[in-house]
Ligand binder design. Sequence first.
Ligand code: AMP
Length: 270
Amino acid sequence: MSRAVRRDGKRLGFVPTMGALHEGHLSLLSAARASCDIVTASIFVNPTQFGPNEDLEKYPRSFERDCELLEKEGVDVLFAPSVEEMYPAGAVTWVTVEELSGKLDGRSRPGHFRGVTTIVSKLFHVVEPDVAFFGQKDAAQVAIIRRMVRDLNLPVEIAACPIVREVDGLAMSSRNAYLDPQQRKQALVLHRSLMRVEKRVDEGERKAAKLVAAAREEFGREPAVRLDYFEIVDAQSLDPLEDVSKGAVAAVAAYVGPTRLIDNLVLREG
Ligand code: AMP
């Protein structure tokens, strides 16, 4: 289909998801709608990006509701393959972005980004989009996919869309469904820590170590939440920065009960 679309001079947009759709996903679909003639979405809970003790089995699935939402959003094509279709028995071929895949979430979730880059490259081969839309919510994922596309000369443009949040600041995530009312309140510490860092930057602080200390202090006030990492990194290389400069991102991951949540904020220029 993508060849026919291109032959007609039309632009094909692609939004890959794992389903359990929320406003964050819908924002990617409307960005795709706004700049493309045809929009394809995929729903695939990709087993290879989950670690052995992670939540693959209980990951929220709401296929019927997702289909209704996609239809309402005017998505033209849904690709929802089975695991067997995407991973034929005996598949041993991987796409790995070396170095970057071991940073941030990649350090706490070994193999996670290898699973992501393998499935995204396979989806790109099947769908053949002109442009693919990803959320800035997963900042490391965006950096790694951009690098993969560059390194492998893939003919696809990558568009990153802003983080969509609940009114109280919590970044929308399919995993928020795991939170009980108390954990839902505790989870706000991720956003609070980012706001505190942003305020300090606005006040003139540039030292990453000072900013990270301020964020950690915020987590100290919410002992029920276990901080995994809070780092200030370069958005492209994901390397930690000593001073906030152009392209700096504050990235955080934390466990609220058993639920691992992430969030981040692009910091202003130094
Ligand atoms: P997922 O279904 O969690 O794999 O996410 C599919 C896409 O939606 C990824 O590109 C995510 O970065 C993006 N996404 C998830 N949550 C949000 C959010 N709150 N705001 C913007 N994009 C999001």
